[in-house]
Design a binder for this molecule. Structure first.
Ligand code: ADP
Ligand code: LRH
Length: 468
């Protein structure tokens, strides 16, 4: 029997409601609704357009049910770290987007309470200035945290609005910096030392838990169950890596490039901390040992900048011209935090090149080539570090997400790494989301290995072999 499941994936490039069809030997996923997920800058910073997104999600679910009234379950995922503060079940203010700069001063204040070394030993997370614990410290100094009696990460907020249930899904909670890497539970001692209130954090729930049906306020006529999955989009994407060989590294490549390996146990060495590798929680208790590379954000922000003066410039044309470019371009450090915030990306790349004594690209095509070359270098370095730091052998690299469509990028990674790169699926996050729901509802077999072999059959990856 083929069952129908819906996945809500709120990515930075777009939000989407996807319709999945699954049985023990069938898997397909297609978009039903796609809508913008554009943050809004107001006088007090960069925010999620959260109500508009919720409206789009509900409308998308309505459309999905009209296409397929038999949808049994739905699950929500999104990017990590961002949250809403709650009081009495109401959202307090509009959630901040992690690219807002309010958390930068909070980093120093937080490290004065608990130093980075101690933090790494406690939570196993790489340093990212926007990790939830720094954002919460910013809210505390703004006096807003005192008002809250609840805290919901964004997918948990959607689950609450859909079902009335308030929980913190484990994989996404692992990106807050407030979970103990040794117990997997909220680290109350750490939370206290950081001066954060422990009472606001909801109970944890693992991926694969049915939460309940849709509330009447959702206004979608369906008896579908809302289910938890790896609600951190990267956790769901890693589930959908179509690996048939255990010696794989992955690059979950979209707005960010999340590069690493899957492990049974965390790596908490000084070397892993110095290399800024994270130990995030994966589905089935796996560890996502990975490093955040800035990703295709650098490219999409550059295109956004050029389109302000030349609206005819489009990604496909730029990529084709960049692939054909014969002249060499400079490589810059795609890991540099200077590229984190929005706006004027080409100017920042040029400035980086000038500051480091290399020639800056001179045309959009040269910029695109330079961005892709730089990402390939950063990705391959991160794969090598992941392998060295963890001791895991890597003989193949899987690239999933929207960036897996970028053939130049895939080929450059294969060439630089000297190993095969297998590209796809493009919608890995939605596929992983759907598969964990399917398993929860008894439609497919248990292990991650068997879920992955289903993906490998349904979405046969494109192979890039190293040249030369
Ligand atoms: P996110 O989930 O972070 O929004 P996606 O996985 O949707 O990211 O990937 C978005 C990225 O995919 C874009 O920034 C773009 O660079 C890349 N992309 C999308 N379509 C194509 C395409 N046809 N060819 C090459 N790259 C593409
Ligand atoms: C990718 C992602 C990544 C996080 C970042 C905030 O979408 O979830 O794993 O580090 O966004």
């Amino acid at each position: 029997m083929i069952a129908s499941l819906a996945a809500v994936d709120l990515g930075a490039t777009s939000g989407r409601v996807m319709l999945g069809h699954v049985s023990h030997n069938h898997l397909s996923v297609r978009p039903v609704a796609r809508f913008p997920n554009i943050p809004v800058r107001t006088i007090d910073g960069l925010h999620w357009n959260i109500l508009e997104l919720y409206r789009s999600v509900v409308a998308g679910l309505g459309a999905a049910v009209r296409e397929d009234p038999a949808i049994a379950s739905v699950a929500v995922d999104s990017w990590a770290v961002d949250y809403a503060l709650m009081r009495g079940g109401r959202m307090l203010g509009t959630p901040y987007h992690y690219r807002d700069e309010r958390n930068l001063p909070a980093v120093e204040a937080t490290h004065a309470l608990v130093g980075p070394q101690e933090l790494y030993a406690a939570n196993g997370l790489q340093f990212l200035s926007f990790n939830t614990l720094y954002q919460l410290a910013a809210d505390r100094s703004a006096g807003v945290l005192d008002l809250a009696d609840g805290f919901l990460l964004i997918p948990d907020l959607f689950n609450y609005w859909l079902t009335g249930q308030q929980f913190a899904e484990q994989t996404n909670a692992s990106t807050t910096g407030l979970l103990s890497i040794s117990t997997g539970d909220w680290d109350h001692a750490l939370i206290e030392r950081l001066g954060l209130p422990r009472g606001v954090l909801p109970s944890l729930v693992t991926p694969g838990t049915p939460l309940g049906g849709l509330l009447p306020s959702v206004d979608v006529a369906s008896s579908m169950t809302v289910t938890t999955v790896g609600s951190h989009d990267t956790a769901s994407a890693v589930v959908a890596v179509p690996a048939t060989n255990p010696d794989f590294a992955y690059i979950s490549c979209g707005t960010w490039g999340l590069v690493g390996v899957e492990l049974e146990h965390p790596v908490l060495t000084d070397a892993a901390r110095a290399a800024n590798f994270t130990n995030e929680g994966g589905v089935d208790g796996q560890v996502r040992f990975l490093h955040n590379v800035m990703g295709l954000w650098i490219l999409s922000e550059s295109v956004r900048d050029w389109q302000r003066t030349d609206p005819t410039l489009e990604l496909p044309g730029l990529l084709a011209a960049a692939a054909a470019l014969a002249t060499p371009v400079s490589v810059f450090d795609a890991d540099d935090p200077t590229f984190l915030v929005p706006g004027e990306m080409p100017a920042r790349i040029a400035e980086w090149c000038r500051d480091h004594g290399v020639s800056a690209p001179r045309s959009p095509v040269e910029f695109v080539r330079s961005i892709i070359e730089s990402l390939a270098v950063a990705f391959v370095n991160a794969v090598r570090s992941a392998s060295e730091l963890s001791g895991k052998t890597v003989s193949v690299i899987h690239i999933v997400g929207g960036g897996s469509q970028n053939e130049l990028l895939c080929q450059l990674i294969a060439d630089r790494a000297g190993m095969p790169v297998l590209a796809g699926p493009v919608e890995a996050t939605a596929v992983g989301n759907v598969l964990v729901q399917a398993r929860t509802h008894g439609l497919v077999d248990g292990s991650l290995e068997s879920l992955r072999s289903l993906v490998a059959t349904a979405f046969s990856p494109r192979r890039h072999l190293p040249k030369g």
